[in-house]
Ligand binder design. Structure first.
Ligand SMILES: C[S@@+](CC[C@H](N)C(=O)[O-])C[C@H]1O[C@@H](n2cnc3c(N)ncnc32)[C@H](O)[C@@H]1O
Length: 229
């Protein structure tokens, strides 16, 4: 396995059990919903399983889910096919969306898996797709100086608080022995300080601020709200 997309397309144990998956979806979906107004056209880029999708679609006018991992995308399509408000896109299809056609773009827990160059390319794409007054939400940005053990400890705390502590211990062991550790070492995770991310967003045509709280449970990570400048 050479890249993060293949990792997310595999049978990984990022979610340690069904309870973890459910709590993750509840917290992440709730955090995203705060940025969506009734009737908005929303693109969730790098959506993963998007177990929160139906909840967001209830409020949004349209929800486009873009996922690069093919098996994950297929399973997602099969799950949401009966919901007329939701469509599932490849990255190529997202790149072909019309100018100024969206109110909200969400890139959550994805920037750490992208090269800085690819992130710039995507920010320029999102700038083109957003209507004036629209917003780009970049969540779960990993800060420099976040070693793997801190993420592991955060998962154990999350598990203890939300009722999946034992599963989180076994999940961490499985992850440590899996391709994740090797990928984290080889492909690495891209990290940004607050000023660096703000600079990147400004350079690609946005006026951005850091949100007071991160979407998702990890408050060591950051969320940014960016509007077309
Ligand atoms: C941790 S998941 C985030 C899923 C979802 N956004 C959430 O917060 O629950 C990371 C996502 O990044 C996507 N990803 C990783 N590398 C990518 C790349 N080079 N291009 C596009 N998407 C990528 C993966 O396919 C995966 O869906």
């Amino acid at each position: 396995m050479a890249d993060w997309i293949s990792f997310f397309d595999s049978d990984h144990s990022i979610y340690v059990n069904a309870r973890h998956r459910e709590v993750h979806a509840r917290i992440t979906g709730g955090g995203m919903l705060a940025y969506v107004n009734a009737g908005d056209a929303v693109l969730d880029y790098g959506c993963g399983e998007a177990a929160y999708a139906e909840r967001i679609a209830e409020k949004a006018g349209r929800l486009m889910l873009c996922e690069a991992a093919p098996k994950l995308r297929e399973a997602l399509s099969a799950r949401v096919t009966s919901n007329p408000k939701i469509s599932v896109l490849t990255p190529e299809e997202a790149a072909a969306l019309p100018d100024a056609s969206l109110e909200v773009v969400i890139l959550h827990s994805v920037s750490q898996y992208l090269s800085p160059q690819l992130t710039d390319t995507l920010f320029l794409l999102f700038r083109r797709l957003l209507r004036p007054g629209g917003r780009l939400i970049v969540g779960d940005v990993v800060q420099p100086g976040t070693p793997a053990w801190k993420d592991a400890l955060a998962l154990l705390r999350f598990g203890a608080r939300d009722g999946f502590f034992v599963a989180s211990v076994f999940g961490l062991l499985r992850t440590a022995l899996s391709d994740y550790s090797k990928l984290r070492k080889d492909a690495g995770l891209t990290r940004y300080g607050e000023a660096q991310m703000l600079e990147k967003l400004t350079a690609t045509g946005f006026s951005a601020t850091r949100a007071p709280v991160n979407i998702g449970h990890l408050q060591t990570r950051m969320t940014f709200v960016a509007k077309p400048a």
